[in-house]
Design a protein around this ligand. Structure first.
Ligand SMILES: Nc1ncnc2c1ncn2[C@@H]1O[C@H](COP(=O)(O)OP(=O)(O)OP(=O)(O)O)[C@@H](O)[C@H]1O
Ligand SMILES: [Mg+2]
Length: 364
């Protein structure tokens, strides 16, 4: 999945992007050395055609820069960005314009024209491209129908909710029938319900048109909801690139782990365990759940040992249609049976005993 798929939609090869240092940026006089700021540092990875990629990372990690290189709004300092088999660094301005039209962009703050109607906003890129009026009108109607805003064609952005504005933004991004849709924090300004609605729309676009979708987000819940693969960025580098399932199941870096932790409960923290202890005197065991081992498997093992298990903490989510999560149980029963059941669950490293009935904590 990393860099060996035969015909990726987008391919980054050793891409470095440096922005001028402060002196050049602010026109300061010579004297101190002017160190350029490296926003992307030797980035190499592929985006498969028709996939949904999530790009996560802290502020300043280089996410927006990465996306602006894909639609040729920026050029790399070195290395190459290859879109549809064409190295963008070798193209002149005229060809780059064409590449830019092949991708649609959606923004956090929608970037709509306040003075134009909904229909006018969606029509804008088509008018700029010089499409005939009748074609523009038909296309706009079709797009507004698709995003569920056919009745708002004559409204102005100020009359719409955030979710509706973003649907206008998406319709406009789709106007030129792009094969690539780039969404930079497209749901960050929206409430959870509206976010879910926009994510469903992005999924529909991917499924119905086969559009490759790249979503920049700081919300791992967004990644869990719609992404096939994930890039974790840290300090301009891609520090992880794998399937969404693998990132959630086994993040490999500190950045990856802290992002995953924001979206799933995992094992109880020492403080949470303390609270559980006050309420549940039995043996506390945490079990990793995935598609090879679910809560029915836990129940089967407990039954075999004549032990009762109650879920007291944790959650299981679906990632790429596969279950994944961590469940913490209180086990009660005869003490030797409980110990044997905990040992059976721990077999293979799937479960950890956090506290034993009648004893102090054993692990954290
Ligand atoms: N036009 C520019 N000129 C100079 N420096 C820039 C420019 N654009 C971005 N940078 C710097 O490059 C680095 C990466 O910026 P980028 O906008 O790609 O980060 P990001 O991951 O999108 O952050 P955020 O989550 O805050 O949007 C940052 O340190 C930023 O200050
Ligand atoms: Mg950004």
């Amino acid at each position: 999945m990393t860099s060996d798929i035969p015909h990726p939609h987008v391919r980054f090869v050793d891409v470095v992007k440096e922005y001028p240092g402060r002196r050049r940026l602010f026109g300061l006089r010579a004297g101190s050395p002017d160190t350029a700021h490296r926003a992307l540092d030797t980035v190499t990875f592929d985006i498969p055609r028709g996939s949904v990629l999530g790009v996560v990372g802290y502020s300043g990690a280089g996410k927006s820069t990465l996306v602006r290189l894909i639609n040729a709004l920026e050029t790399p300092t070195s290395g190459s960005v290859v879109v549809d088999g064409t190295d963008l660094t070798r193209l002149g301005e005229a060809r780059l314009q064409k590449v830019r039209r092949g991708s649609g962009m959606v923004f956090q703050h929608f970037n709509l024209f306040a003075s134009r109607t909904v229909a006018g906003n969606v029509a804008y890129p088509l008018r700029v491209a010089g499409r005939p009026r009748a074609e523009v009108e038909a296309r706009v109607a079709e797009l507004l129908e698709f995003v569920g805003l056919a009745d708002k064609a004559r409204s102005y952005p100020s009359q719409l909710s955030g979710g509706q504005k973003q649907r206008v933004g998406i319709a406009r991004a789709l106007a030129g029938a792009p094969t690539l849709l780039l969404a930079d924090e497209a749901t960050s300004a929206l409430d959870p319900e509206t976010t879910a609605e926009i994510l469903r729309l992005l999924t529909r676009i991917n499924e119905e048109f086969g559009t490759t979708v790249v979503v920049i987000t700081h919300e791992m819940a967004v990644v869990r909801e719609i992404c096939d693969s994930v890039v974790v960025m840290d300090g301009g580098r891609v520090v992880e690139h794998s399937s969404a399932y693998d990132v959630f199941a086994a993040p490999k870096t500190d950045a990856g782990r802290s992002f995953v932790a924001t979206a799933s409960k995992g094992a109880p923290t020492p403080e949470a365990l303390q609270r559980l202890r006050e309420r549940y005197p039995g043996t506390i065991v945490t079990v990793r759940i995935d598609d090879s081992f679910g809560s029915p498997d836990v129940t089967r093992i407990l039954d075999r040992h004549g032990v009762t298990g109650t879920v007291v903490y944790g959650d299981v989510a679906e990632v790429q249609n596969r279950p994944l999560g961590t469940l913490t149980y209180e086990l009660t029963g005869e003490s030797e049976a409980v110990a044997a059941a905990a040992a059976a669950l721990a077999d293979g490293g799937r479960a950890t005993t956090l506290a034993v009935a009648g004893a102090d904590e054993v692990a954290a």
